[in-house]
Design a protein around this ligand. Structure first.
Ligand code: SF4
Length: 351
């Protein structure tokens, strides 16, 4: 059952309550390069990113917010460490959300000012607890960054905002250790109704990073926990978005785009199904229909094993077979199989 969290608006995107899980990523171009940041923001939006975070390390980089918002229709999150003035200027510049930990801002007057402008402009604040940067008093109490310590840090920071009646809050509890993160989010889900931003931090390069993120984010989503996700990879942010989409798709939580099924191949395979599957996925990557498309290695088991699919192909020894819901609809020359499948999919999605 989905955990009941509070609804929070980040620009035009709503998270929490019964809203779809939003996919986030972060710009990776140096903040002084406005043109390249705008270009990357456009690419990320086109790749399926719902909410985009941008690092604001200094006053000069606040300009990025206006520049991106002018060109790209995507909610922006200003990522700020320590300097409350950057948060205030980012709010004036039109950011849709701020990621800052109030415990790092300094005295309560500064926290009050940030809370006030965010309240007036309806800008939520994400408290980003990271296992590597817990408050000293919490680390002393727990000895290390345990899930309990991370939760206590989130509540401590949330209360600093609550003191000024600010509750438009999102929480993340990221550790590079999957188990610690999952446990921290599970604990937090029982202690508050704030929406949760899921992620495994410093997850690694593409392959391991995707495995760690899928297990961490996936386990929580299966528990009904989580309102927005970010896959962190030491790689292009486009890959983070693609991985996020795949995690949601694998859990039937993403309703845009084709779901592919393909067999692992075996000794019965008499067709280059690896190449064909890659080609079909590439050709249909921008198709927004909800079809299930199967690419199977043999006619003996293919149609039956993929009878769930709306349409599929299999083949071998020069013959290509097209089937719908497990029933063969026609046979084509093997070399035309991809072309004929795309034709069928287009007919199904335009009718
Ligand atoms: Fe093997 Fe056919 Fe199953 Fe693919 S569909 S794994 S080729 S039996």
């Amino acid at each position: 059952m989905q955990r009941k969290s509070k609804e929070v608006s980040i620009g035009k995107i709503k998270i929490g309550a019964n809203n779809p899980i939003a996919i986030q990523s972060m710009l990776s171009v140096p903040s002084y390069n406005i043109e390249q940041n705008v270009k990357q923001a456009t690419e990320l939006k086109n790749a399926g990113c719902d909410i985009l975070r941008v690092a604001i390390p200094d006053m000069d980089s606040v300009k990025l917010i206006e520049a991106i918002k002018k060109e790209v229709d995507i909610p922006l999150v200003a990522d700020i460490h320590f300097d409350y003035k950057l948060a205030i200027e980012s709010a004036y510049a039109g950011t849709d959300k701020i990621r800052i930990n109030p415990g790092n801002i300094g005295n309560s007057e500064k926290i009050k000012e940030v809370a006030k402008i965010c309240y007036n402009k309806n800008i939520p604040i994400r408290i980003g607890v990271n296992s590597g940067s817990l408050e000293k008093h919490i680390l002393q109490k727990y000895g290390k960054a345990t899930p309990q310590a991370m939760c206590e840090s989130a509540i401590y920071n949330a209360n600093l905002l609550k003191n000024f009646d600010f509750t438009n809050i999102v929480i993340s509890l990221k550790s590079s250790d999957v188990k610690t993160s999952v446990e921290a989010y599970r604990l937090m889900s029982q202690q508050s109704v704030y929406p949760l931003h899921l992620g495994i931090t410093e997850a690694g390069t593409e392959s391991m990073g995707i495995v760690k993120s899928s297990i961490g984010i996936g386990s929580l989503l299966l528990d009904g926990i989580g309102d927005t996700i970010r896959v962190s990879l030491t790689d292009s942010p486009i890959k983070e978005v693609q991985a996020g989409i795949k995690i949601l798709k694998s859990l039937n939580m993403y309703d845009k785009g084709i779901t592919f099924i393909s067999c692992p191949t075996c000794g019965r395979t008499r067709i280059d199904i690896v190449k064909i599957a890659q080609e079909v996925e590439k050709l249909l990557e921008n198709n927004k229909s909800k079809l299930k498309v199967a690419i199977m290695g043999c006619a003996v088991n293919g149609p039956g094993e993929a009878k769930d699919a709306d349409i599929g192909i299999c083949g071998g020894d020069g013959i290509g077979i097209i089937f719908k819901k497990g029933k063969i609809i026609r046979k084509v020359d093997e070399k035309d199989i991809v072309k004929e499948l795309i034709k069928e999919v287009n007919l199904m999605t335009t009718n």
